[in-house]
Design a protein around this ligand. Structure first.
Ligand code: NI
Length: 139
């Protein structure tokens, strides 16, 4: 049976800043530059969730993509969209709001429920800008 990977894209907008509260203001600006802007800045995030599995003989599908989309929307997008990632999101409490850490946190939000539908979560790819993205494979 072939193993196939399929990807669903979702989108959210959010504000954040990169700021380590253990450091002085000076060190935060030195390390993070504009990303440490005190009054926040925003991104149009593009999220790519890839699952893998064997197409079901009756449907030809690994997972119903409408179902995958609804899981992502409920567990991730509704939590993050139009929010301040540093202040508003319970599952990001105490997490530096970098693209890398967001990718890991999104994996943790999705894995159990996605994998209860007969496929495996393969990767979370999160684009913060056109040029910058992070990818997490659960390791
Ligand atoms: Ni940023």
């Amino acid at each position: 049976m072939p193993l196939v990977y399929i990807t669903r894209r979702e989108h959210f907008n959010a504000a954040h800043k990169l700021w380590n509260p253990a450091w002085s203001e000076e060190k935060n600006f030195e390390v993070f530059g504009k990303c440490a802007n005190v009054n926040w800045h925003g991104h149009n995030y593009e999220l790519f969730v890839t699952v893998k599995g064997q197409p079901h003989p009756d449907t030809g599908c690994i997972i119903d993509l409408k179902l995958l989309s609804s899981i992502i929307k409920r567990r991730v997008i509704e939590e993050l969209d139009h929010k301040n990632l540093n202040l508003d999101v319970p599952f990001l409490k105490g997490v530096m709001a970098s693209t890398e850490n967001l990718a890991v946190a999104i994996w943790q939000q999705l894995q159990e429920e996605v994998e209860s539908h007969g496929c495996r979560l393969h990767s979370i790819r999160l684009h913060e800008t056109e040029n910058n993205s992070a990818e997490y494979f659960g390791e």
